[in-house]
Write a protein that binds this ligand. Structure first.
Ligand SMILES: NC(=O)c1ccc[n+]([C@@H]2O[C@H](COP(=O)([O-])OP(=O)(O)OC[C@H]3O[C@@H](n4cnc5c(N)ncnc54)[C@H](OP(=O)(O)O)[C@@H]3O)[C@@H](O)[C@H]2O)c1
Length: 244
């Protein structure tokens, strides 16, 4: 039987793409399209959805996630910008209910592979590494969820801690944001979609890993996979790599 999916944020750029992809997948049934003016809890009950895919805004992500989990159905949170403490809180809620859920900062398979390769490289070169993420001018949160996840994966596997340097900034934030000693630089420009570079530096060499997403369709195979896998989980997982 097809899995019943409700898309929240269905009128947005990602939401519209998701509606098209879900509607074309015979294993999934699109049962509702919610937006800012809808009551999500009521929509869940009216549509009898099994899964909510949230593609809205960072400021609404936690409250939306709580409504979905409190309704006892599966969440796929594609919206970026949740704080780590919030993710932890949602993990506890899901654990109490033995409920499957996913927080996916990037549905693109290529981007997930970039993070995996960066984690691997960090075992050897992780002492000196910087992340540059580049997105379209309309992206509201910075740094990107993918950049934060990449930094976490590097920090958890790096060979040694970063060298301390004398980093005087003559203009504030010239060295970017700092995640446990890993600088993250966010670029926002029209013409871009979603791009990330991870640059490792060592004596006399650099290693650059780069991923370019040039169309939102790149996110759809991962999103559809998440819709099918989330119903088999009994906890909240953070990252698509858990179901690949
Ligand atoms: N995980 C991934 O792979 C991935 C990839 C790309 C983007 N994203 C993330 O997905 C999210 C959406 O991106 P987008 O480019 O589609 O943005 P967007 O075009 O601005 O769409 C967001 C949509 O959400 C609606 N919305 C705002 N607040 C809401 C609420 N409280 N409840 C329900 N709907 C609400 C907006 O309605 P209004 O227009 O009325 O405000 C809009 O239709 C962002 O967080 C982005 O970073 C994730």
């Amino acid at each position: 039987m097809a899995i019943r999916i409700l898309v929240n944020g269905a009128k947005g750029l990602m939401g519209q793409e998701a509606v098209r992809a879900i509607s074309a997948d015979p294993d999934l049934l699109l049962v509702g399209e919610a937006g800012r003016d809808d009551d999500l809890t009521v929509m869940i009950s009216q549509t009898k959805a099994a899964v909510v895919v949230d593609l809205t805004v960072a400021s609404a992500a936690f409250i939306n996630a709580s409504k979905v989990i409190d309704s006892g159905i599966h969440l796929i949170m594609g919206t970026t910008g949740l704080l780590l403490e919030q993710i932890h809180e949602l993990q506890i809620k899901c654990k109490q209910q033995r409920l499957g859920a996913m927080i996916v900062p990037n549905f693109s398979i290529g981007a997930v592979l970039l993070m995996k390769y960066a984690q691997d490289a960090s075992r050897y070169l992780g002492q000196n590494v910087e992340i540059i993420e580049m997105h379209h001018a309309g992206k509201k949160d910075s740094p990107s969820g993918t950049a934060i996840k990449t930094a976490q994966m590097i920090a958890s596997h790096r060979c040694s801690l970063p060298e301390s340097r004398d980093n005087t900034e003559t203009i504030a934030h010239a060295r970017g944001a700092d995640y446990q000693g890993i600088p993250i630089h966010s670029v926002r420009l029209p013409g871009l979609v979603a791009h990330e570079e991870v640059i490792f530096g060592a004596q006399g060499e650099t290693l650059t890993l780069r991923h370019d997403c040039i169309h939102r369709q790149a996110f759809m195979p991962g999103l559809l996979l998440a819709c099918k896998k989330v119903v088999t989980l009994s906890e909240l997982v953070y990252g698509l790599e858990h179901v690949l």
